[in-house]
Design a protein around this ligand. Sequence first.
Ligand SMILES: Cc1cc2nc3c(=O)[nH]c(=O)nc-3n(C[C@H](O)[C@H](O)[C@H](O)COP(=O)(O)O)c2cc1C
Length: 403
Amino acid sequence: MLASALTGKKILLGVCGSIAAYKACDIVRNLRKLGAEVTVVVTSGGARFVSPLTFAALSAAKVYGGMFDEQDAHTIPHINLARDHDMILVAPATAQTIARFAVGMADDLLSAVVLAADCPVVVCPAMNSKMFTHPATQVNLTKIAAFGYHVVQPDSGLMACKEEGPGRLPEWSVILSAVEKVFTPQDLAGKRLLITAGPTEEPLDPVRYLSNRSSGKMGYALARAAMLRGGEVVLVSGPCNLEPPANVELIQVRTAQEMYGAVLSHFDDMDIVVKCAAVSDFRPARCAPEKLKKEGADVRLELAANRDILRALGERKKSQILVGFAAESENHLEEGKRKLAAKNLDMIVVNDIQGETTGFQSDTNKVTLVTRGGEIKELELLTKEQTAMAIFDEVVALVGGGM
Ligand SMILES: Cc1cc2nc3c(=O)[nH]c(=O)nc-3n(C[C@H](O)[C@H](O)[C@H](O)COP(=O)(O)O)c2cc1C
């Protein structure tokens, strides 16, 4: 298993009496897959929905429920559970349990543990939308947010009670982002970032296009890493088959010209721009309005050059940190250094697109970072998520050096 932000973390999962309690089973499995140790505390309501036996088997650990269980009394569970964990995640959190937290009640084990804890607390409300939007619940959520608890907004949609509205337990990807954020330094807080990702498609006729092998994985990993570090992220993406990261504004484009328009229109508002997209240098000079026929077709393809987005940004930049990518198959470093200077960049990420474990489509990457000041940092083979974090370590250092 590759190391994740959760490797070795001790997470206490509180499960309350919500119809969404069954989803907590998957939460236990997913947290453990990422290397976390999970202890489950089930409220008496929660235990009516999912048997503690299920959580014991899934977590491979003792499950706690009652405040006054005699066999645990000597360990003073509410204090020791609070002390022993790096984070408390309450998912699903009922209106009842949120109300307990808001007034500082300690009349069951979970609320007593939360009151005794000084580790981060993440609360994922799940309830009928009228219960969720009721002023009492909203006031309680505002109160617990003021205590410093991280409240994850529920999803909207059709619920088990056949009503529609906000109140559904969010998808795992959203809960995971909230959990990972707690363990990630918020060194991009207050910064606005624009990240580009994926390939572009340059149409030749209504069904055919010129494109490249970019999967978008590196750019999406960068957008997620920046969001986890507290940044406000706009992701401009060419056509990709990837789930967009939670809490990121996604702008989908198809062609290089569309990407140029989207990026340039946002550029002035940004603090940091990372251009990771594999933008097509050329497009067919003409796009046929109807599908080209085989018979009698002119087989020569005339190309027109697309505008160089990175160069345009380099010319326009004021205080922004501008990071480019150079996907090279030969003379990597020289080509990277040339682009860094020619396009007025602050840093260039040079990646070798030849290897099977690097570059397009793979889940791992091996890149070299070259900064404007001439520093060269060769990273080892890492997952694209780890590579993204390492890139932002350097970006944060550049920001620290003055933007
Ligand atoms: C079938 C059923 C589904 C319920 N679903 C929810 C729910 O999704 N969210 C919620 O806040 N309460 C829900 N409740 C009500 C809670 O179970 C009840 O308020 C209970 O006191 C919560 O206690 P706890 O927070 O200690 O688990 C449900 C009750 C029943 C019978």
